[in-house]
Design a protein around this ligand. Structure first.
Ligand SMILES: O=C(O)[C@@H](O)C(=O)CO
Ligand SMILES: [Mg+2]
Length: 274
């Protein structure tokens, strides 16, 4: 059966961060993704995961999102900062069950040469992959659509595949995020088959609105049946903005054991606010 994990930056945001883990577990999820978990000491995170029977599936290597950065992996002059960020991510990952690490390249402003930035990204990822291999950790590359990150180094799957092929490291994989693929390329099922050997993670979000399966133009029952036929047995991240309170929007997950927990006496569903 396909297995799904919510990204806690997107789902269960009605609740304070610390309550989202239990909410995810109560909805039947066995894993979660947390973009930047670093404020929480790794030992404490490991305990929260353990208490809730959850696996941490993916994290990002750190950078200053709030300052507008979208990674630093391809930015000239940031090599030492990049290496430091990878060391932090690897150390954290190793202590919380070795989630995959998504390494983002960054925005390539008009003053930067995109070709040189791509070369630099490859060099940096090669270094990071070798460091990650020592701990048995996988790095994830995710081309993101121009609608979300207009200046991002790469937007299309093939650009990610090219990096992965050039590096030829077993622990560098592609994230196939349905939202980005639909926005940028379309023909999702065909694209999935074409790049499948390189895919290490899948994320789902619909178009338009980046909401849950069942809301938009992507027909997820078909895509999920294709994944089943392919034998996909890794995680599928839920990275969408629920179109209503999170628990009320999990209907799509019923065939996979996901949904709002049945209220028991003495158990109250968390209060949701939009
Ligand atoms: O698709 C996305 O936006 C993410 O997977 C991400 O990690 C960067 O926001
Ligand atoms: Mg994504």
């Amino acid at each position: 059966m396909l297995k799904f994990d919510p990204n806690l930056r997107w789902l269960f945001t009605e609740l304070p961060m610390q309550e989202r883990y239990a909410a995810a577990a109560s909805a039947g999820f066995g894993g979660v993704e947390v973009a930047f978990p670093y404020a929480q000491p790794a030992a404490e995170m490991a305990r929260v995961l353990d208490d809730n029977g959850l696996e941490l599936v993916q994290i990002l290597s750190p950078f200053d999102w709030d300052a507008g950065e979208r990674g630093i992996g391809a930015l000239p002059g940031r090599r030492e900062a990049f290496r430091a960020s990878i060391r932090i991510a690897l150390d954290y990952s190793a202590r919380v069950g070795k989630p995959m690490i998504h390494v983002m390249p960054g925005n390539i402003g008009p003053d930067l040469d995109p070709v040189r930035c791509m070369e630099l990204f490859r060099e940096n990822i090669a270094w990071a992959a070798d460091a990650a291999a020592e701990d048995g950790i996988t790095l994830i590359l995710e081309p993101c659509c121009a609608a979300r990150f207009p200046d991002f180094l790469y937007h299309r799957l093939d650009e990610g595949v090219e990096v992965i092929r050039a590096l030829n490291r077993d622990n560098v994989k592609l994230c196939f995020d349905t939202f980005h693929v639909q926005m940028e390329e379309g023909a999702i099922a065909q694209r999935l088959h074409q790049v499948y050997p390189y895919v290490g993670h899948i994320q789902v979000g619909n178009v338009p609105g980046r909401h849950e399966p069942g809301t938009g133009e992507i027909h997820f029952p078909y895509l999920f049946s294709e994944l089943e036929k392919l034998g996909w047995d890794r995680w599928i991240g839920c990275e969408y903005t629920p179109s209503g309170p999170t628990f009320d929007t999990l209907g799509w997950g019923k065939p996979y054991g996901i949904g709002a927990p049945r209220p028991r006496s003495g158990f109250e569903l968390p209060h949701h606010s939009q």
